[in-house]
Design a protein around this ligand. Structure first.
Ligand SMILES: Cc1cc2nc3c(=O)[nH]c(=O)nc-3n(C[C@H](O)[C@H](O)[C@H](O)COP(=O)(O)O)c2cc1C
Length: 207
């Protein structure tokens, strides 16, 4: 499957990293677009103290991918200002697009049909073409504007999968929490995975 993954500047870049890893290991053809906001959050959250203070955008992305067991060549990369990307056109048959995590700023842009960068354009295209778009918003608490934008996008055909990991699969670490979200995103697209143990009743889940 040709899948576009937009990673925007919300907390929890690890959700995007674990998703990229799972899609790549599932044999999918993945193109990722890291917004400038995403690069800032990766610097602040994921790679803080990694000696990458003066690093270029590409170096940050490669270090991020490496921290998720991926090499630069495993995932195709699209620049946020590249409106000539195939994914920016409805005539290119993308199977699905996922925005993970999705900032409230990107959520608002998409809800209003405003393209500030490639992630927004791809989302707009998926909605107009009636193709699968999964949005993974991350903010708390949620204000009225955030909630209205989410409802608007759901009504326009997006699948809303908020970054709200569960605990019933008894995650042992942060990767386990992020893998749960990656699995729920893949579930929403009907993509098979083995990222977490499914709930099977109280007895079924005893270990
Ligand atoms: C460390 C850090 C964490 C952030 N976390 C969030 C967040 O969880 N949710 C959110 O909506 N914005 C968050 N922001 C703000 C966005 O990054 C900012 O609005 C940015 O302009 C979003 O642009 P983008 O959606 O194009 O990436 C955060 C910013 C920083 C620096």
């Amino acid at each position: 499957m040709k899948i576009f993954v937009g990673i925007t500047g919300a907390s929890g870049q690890i959700y995007g990293g674990r998703l990229l890893r799972a899609l790549h290991s599932g044999g999918h053809e993945v193109t990722a677009c890291f917004s400038n906001g995403s690069i800032e959050v990766i610097r602040a959250e994921d790679l803080a103290g990694a000696g990458l203070e003066g690093a270029s955008r590409e170096e940050v992305i490669n270090a991020f991918l490496d921290s998720h067991g991926l090499a630069g060549e495993d995932i195709a990369s699209a620049a946020p200002d590249d409106m000539s990307s195939p994914f920016a056109s409805g005539s290119f048959l993308a199977a699905a697009s996922i925005i993970c995590p999705c900032s409230m700023s990107s959520l608002a842009s998409i809800a209003c049909g405003v393209t500030r960068h490639l992630v927004h354009r791809v989302a707009d295209v998926m909605l107009k073409e009636g193709r699968p778009l999964v949005i993974v918003p991350r903010e708390t608490p949620l204000g009225e504007i955030h909630l209205r934008n989410m409802l608007r996008l759901k009504q326009a055909g997006a699948r809303m999968v908020p970054a709200m990991p569960a605990f019933y699969h008894r995650p042992r670490n942060v990767d386990g929490l992020a893998d749960f979200m990656a699995g729920k995103i893949m579930d929403s697209l009907g993509i098979g995975h083995d990222l977490f143990q499914r709930w099977n009743g109280l007895e079924g889940n005893e270990r």
